[in-house]
Design a protein around this ligand. Structure first.
Ligand SMILES: [Zn+2]
Length: 436
C-alpha cells in the first residue's frame, strides 16, 4: 500500500477506520480537554457511547466562539512542551484563536498539502508562485511547506505590487500559480493592460483557493490562458488549505477523509442532512494531536457526494461552497466579523462604538472594502486635516488587523441606518459593478 492509497479505501474500510479514529479522538478530548468533557456531559454523552462513526451526531458542536473563548490553552490536549508551533488567528472577540501543532501535526499537515499538490499535477520540476493577501498568511505557509516537501521551487507570498508579481512570474518562469480566483483574474487583467505577451508566461496550472471558483472564472483561465485549473478548500482552524481538493476529473473536491470526518447539517436545527442536500459543513479532525476539533461548524454551505469518483478515489466530494450561514463576511479568502470591526473601531475611538457599514466594491475583478463610518464629535472636532490624518491612520491599522486593504469614508448615520437592520453590517455592490 503506498501512502496515497488511503484515498481508495472501500466504504466499509472507511467506516471501520473512522470509527476507530473517532473513538480515540473523543477519548483524548474527553480525558484531556475540560471544555469537551463539560460539553459532552451537558448533552449526556461520553466516550463509551461512541460505538461507531454514526454516533458522531450525538456529540456536541464546537464553534468559532468556543475557540476564542478558550484562548490561549483551553483546547490543547497535549502539554505545552509537546507543542512546537502556535498559530494565532484574528477573531471577532476579545481573544484571538490559538491553534497549536505538535511535530506530528506539522508533518501530517505538510504531507497532506504535498499530496494535494501532487494530485494537482505539481512535481519537483515545478516553480510554484503563491500570491495571497496577508490575511491568508497561514495558508501561504502551509502551501509553501507542502510544495517544498515535493521538491518544487517555491516563491512564497511577498508584499510586492501586482506588476512586480507578474515580472517575477515571467522572469522566473513560474509554472504553477496559487492564488484566489479574484486576485488571479486581477493579475491577468493587469497582464493584458500592460500588453505583456502570452508567450512570456510559462504557466501550466493555476490553483485557486480561498473563494468559490465559478465556471466563468475557470473558463477564462483555461481558454484564454490555456492553463489547467484546480480548486481547493480549507480552513485555518483544521487541516489548512488542502482539506479538500480537485482531482483531474474536476467534479467536486475530494475531502481528505484520512484527516477529517465531514458532515452536512441543517444550520438552524443542527440535524444531519442526507447525502446531496446542501447545508452547513461540519468537520471533526481525527489526526490532530494538539488541538482536536469535534464537530466544528465551518459556517460554509455546501453539499457532499459519497459516490466513487471516475478517478477511483473513494473519498467523499464536496461541491463548491454556495454561501455562508453565519455572520462572517469572506473577502478574498479572509473572514471578517461584525464583532472584529466593532472592536477595531472602538480601539481607535477610545471605546466609542461608532455605527458602520461595510460596502464591497469590485475593481478589476478584485473586491475592495469600503467602511462607511458614522463619525461623531469625538473624531471630527472641526479640523478637516486632522480628520483626514485620523482616517489614513485608521485605514493602516485596519489593514494590518484584517489582512487586506480597506478605505474609510465618513458619513452621516442617516445614510447607512436603513442598511443596518437585523444585525446586517455589510452590503455587496459587486454585482452592480461587474462591468467595471
Ligand atoms: Zn476524483
Amino acid at each position: 500500500m503506498n501512502k496515497d492509497s488511503v484515498e481508495y479505501l472501500s466504504p466499509e474500510q472507511w467506516t471501520q477506520w473512522h470509527t476507530e479514529l473517532l473513538q480515540s479522538t473523543v477519548n483524548r478530548a474527553f480525558s484531556r480537554v475540560p471544555f469537551y468533557k463539560e460539553r459532552m456531559r451537558q448533552v449526556g454523552v461520553g466516550p463509551d457511547d461512541i460505538g461507531s462513526v454514526d454516533d458522531i451526531a450525538r456529540l456536541p458542536f464546537t464553534t468559532r466562539d468556543d475557540l476564542s473563548d478558550n484562548y490561549p490553552y483551553g483546547l490543547f490536549s497535549v502539554p505545552l512542551r509537546d507543542i512546537v508551533r502556535i498559530h494565532a488567528l484574528r477573531s471577532g472577540h476579545a481573544n484571538p484563536v490559538a491553534r497549536g501543532l505538535t511535530v506530528q501535526d506539522l508533518r501530517k499537515r505538510t504531507q497532506l498539502t504535498a499530496r494535494f499538490f501532487k494530485t494537482s499535477g505539481v512535481g519537483a520540476d515545478d516553480i510554484v508562485q503563491i500570491c495571497l493577501d496577508p490575511g491568508m498568511a497561514l495558508h501561504g505557509q502551509d502551501l509553501k511547506e507542502g510544495a517544498e516537501n515535493l521538491g518544487a521551487l517555491v516563491i512564497p507570498p511577498d508584499p510586492v505590487s501586482t506588476f512586480t508579481r507578474l515580472r517575477i512570474m515571467t522572469d522566473f518562469k513560474t509554472t504553477v500559480l496559487v492564488t484566489t480566483p479574484s486576485y488571479g483574474r486581477h493579475l491577468f487583467e493587469i497582464f493584458r493592460e500592460r500588453n505583456m505577451p502570452l508567450a512570456a508566461l510559462n504557466l501550466k496550472t493555476v490553483i485557486l483557493i480561498g473563494e468559490t471558483l465559478t465556471p466563468e472564472t475557470r473558463m477564462i483561465f483555461e481558454k484564454e490562458l490555456d492553463v489547467e485549473t484546480r480548486a481547493a478548500y480549507g480552513i485555518f482552524e483544521a487541516s489548512g488549505p488542502s482539506m479538500a481538493y480537485e482531482c483531474p476529473c474536476k467534479c467536486g473536491l475530494h475531502i481528505a477523509m484520512d484527516h477529517v470526518i465531514p458532515e452536512i447539517v441543517d444550520p438552524r436545527s443542527g440535524e444531519t442532512l442526507p447525502e446531496g442536500q446542501p447545508g452547513e459543513l461540519v468537520i471533526t479532525t481525527v489526526t490532530a494531536r494538539a488541538n482536536p476539533l469535534i464537530r466544528f461548524r465551518t459556517g460554509d454551505v455546501t453539499s457532499i457526494s459519497r459516490q466513487v469518483c471516475e478517478c477511483g478515489r473513494t473519498t467523499w466530494r464536496m461541491n463548491p461552497v454556495e454561501s455562508r450561514c453565519d455572520n462572517l463576511l469572506t473577502v478574498r479568502g479572509v473572514k471578517i466579523s461584525a464583532g472584529q470591526m466593532k472592536k477595531l473601531i472602538a480601539d481607535r475611538t477610545g471605546g466609542s462604538e461608532l455605527p458602520f457599514l461595510i460596502v464591497l466594491h469590485k475593481w478589476k475583478h478584485l473586491t475592495q472594502i469600503e467602511i462607511l463610518l458614522s463619525i461623531d464629535e469625538t473624531i471630527f472636532t472641526g479640523s478637516l486635516p486632522q480628520l483626514h490624518r485620523w482616517i489614513r491612520r485608521s485605514e493602516e491599522i485596519f489593514q494590518e488587523a484584517i489582512g487586506i486593504s480597506c478605505r474609510i469614508r465618513p458619513v452621516e448615520f442617516d445614510s447607512i441606518e436603513p442598511c443596518l437592520q437585523d444585525g446586517k453590517f455589510a452590503v455587496d455592490q459587486r454585482v452592480f459593478e461587474a462591468g467595471c
